[in-house]
Design a protein around this ligand. Structure first.
Ligand SMILES: Cc1ncc(COP(=O)(O)O)c(CN[C@@H]2CONC2=O)c1O
Length: 474
């Protein structure tokens, strides 16, 4: 029988090349075990509500009213919903062309794009143009749109930090480009290594690759590092000198757990640097409602902002966005609420700010508990989670463990994570899924398990790890 068009063997090779570890072998094994009745702690995905985080009240009130406008005319509505939520729902509905069931413009509702621009202006102190802000179904879709626009063939290279969030490696594979790694320095808390960056570009060019863009993830996933102003200036100067576009993935900008390096946007530093750099470097910045203290991953709300892209390019990006007709409208409303939350004096302000602060304060405490927990384990070292939502400890695997992994035809860190999962139910992602230096092994977990469960989880991990190291002669 001839191959059918959708038989595996006849699929697009780029599709078959793609790997995405966050929901890879460990996740699938964990799902099997769960079906068999084993209690699994899914710390593999930065999915706060799946780990018990409660949604913020105000956004849910507003979107509920938007989803069910008949409530707005119910005589009892003010008994259940605060007046500012009612007013905001009416405002958002007035922006739509027929409620949440109607398509919006392919770039998103202009009124919400304006709210995003105003947020950026307040954050950075520079004007922002709503026409250069596109709303997307999560930041992922924006990243994919921009990588699709810039990758022409396999000679086009995209600089990606290693360890990296595999949205980038997977998308670059999918679109047939070349990933050009630049290694973060684990000894300096995953700091930027400019020499390695320059060497990577030179090596890529020597192979005939045209380096077109550089990705920064700030704060980092899985590594959690926060870039300093000096780092950002170095990166922007580098992009200017090398004629490279900067993709700034800033989805964790609310998730900061230390005071030394607060979040600074790439756009702010670019504009601070002034001409010629501020006029020449092309920058695309990404954000989402999935992270921060919102954690509204399932709502699929995101945006990207374009800086120094020519109008004709913006038009092309708009054309491609039009193929998908409209970003989902509820997700757009969540985004509008995130960038324009209740203000002091608003009825909902006190509740909103206390809910938000409680979540962030707890995340900061959990980041510390998890880091210290890992560092109390034999042959485990872990940098502190400066930001984002993850811990990325290095597991120093003894030779016997590496030998056993080889016999099991598993990468050493996959072997370790599978043993951890089978023994404790803790579902993690092996460091190999994010990239790491040869011979050095990690795992990624989130700092998201409930705070009251964290000590028991870390104790369970420690018991497993120390027994594992004993068994394999570590
Ligand atoms: C750095 C980074 N960029 C973009 C995204 C995508 O966000 P959207 O939900 O807006 O598309 C994620 C999601 N983080 C994944 C999801 O959970 N665990 C992770 O590592 C991310 O970590």
């Amino acid at each position: 029988m001839p191959l059918k068009p959708l038989d595996y063997e006849s699929l697009n090779d780029n599709v078959k090349k793609v790997a995405y570890a966050v929901r890879g072998e460990l996740y699938l094994r964990a799902s099997e075990l769960q079906k068999e009745g084993k209690k699994i702690i899914f710390t593999n995905v930065g999915n706060p509500h799946a780990l018990g985080q409660r949604p913020l009240t105000f956004p849910r009130q507003v979107v509920s009213l938007c989803q069910a406008p008949f409530l707005l005319v119910d005589p009892n509505v003010e008994l259940i919903f605060p007046a500012d939520a009612i007013a905001r729902a009416k405002y958002y509905l007035s922006l739509t062309s027929g409620g949440l069931g109607a398509y919006s413009d392919s770039r998103g509702l202009p009124g919400i794009r304006k709210e995003v621009a105003e947020f950026i202006e307040r954050r950075d102190g520079y004007p922002s143009d709503p026409e250069l802000i596109f709303l997307t179904d999560g930041a992922s879709k924006g990243v994919m749109q921009m990588l699709n626009a810039i990758i022409r063939n396999d000679r086009d290279g995209i600089l990606v930090p290693v360890p990296q969030y595999p949205l980038y490696s997977a998308t670059i594979s999918l679109y047939g480009g070349s990933l050009v790694p630049y290694y973060l320095d684990e000894e300096r808390n995953w700091g930027l290594d400019l020499n390695n960056l320059r060497q990577s570009v030179a090596a890529a060019r020597a192979k005939g690759i045209t380096v077109r863009a550089m990705v920064i993830i700030n704060p980092g996933n899985p590594t959690g590092q926060c870039l300093s102003e000096a780092n950002l200036r170095d990166i922007l100067l580098f992009c200017y000198k090398e004629n490279i576009v900067l993709f700034a993935d800033e989805v964790y900008q609310q998730n900061i757990y230390q005071d030394e390096r607060p979040f600074l946007s790439a756009r702010k530093i670019l504009l601070d640097m002034g001409p010629p750099i501020s006029k020449e470097v092309q920058l695309v910045s990404f954000h989402t409602v999935s992270k921060g203290y919102w954690g509204e991953c399932g709502q699929r709300g995101g945006y990207f902002e374009m800086t120094n892209l020519p109008p004709q390019t913006v038009d092309e990006i708009y054309k491609i966005a039009s193929i998908s007709l409209s970003p989902n409208v509820p997700g757009q409303i969540f985004l509008g609420l995130m960038v324009n939350p209740p203000k002091p004096g608003d009825i909902s302000y006190l509740k909103f700010s206390s809910e938000s602060k409680a979540i962030l304060d707890s995340m900061r405490r959990r980041a510390r508990v998890m880091t210290d927990g890992f560092n109390s384990c034999k042959n485990v070292v872990c940098n502190f989670t400066e930001g984002a939502m993850y811990s990325f400890p290095q597991i120093c695997l003894p030779p016997k463990a590496i030998e056993a992994a080889k016999k099991a035809s598993k990468a050493p860190d996959v072997f370790y994570c599978l043993k951890l999962l089978e023994s404790t139910g803790i579902s993690t992602v092996p460091g190999s899924g994010f990239g790491q230096k040869d011979g050095v092994f990690h795992l990624r977990t989130t700092i998201l398990p409930a705070e009251e469960e964290m000590p028991a989880i870390m104790a369970s991990f420690k018991k497993f790890n120390d027994e594992f190291m004993e068994q394999y002669g570590g």
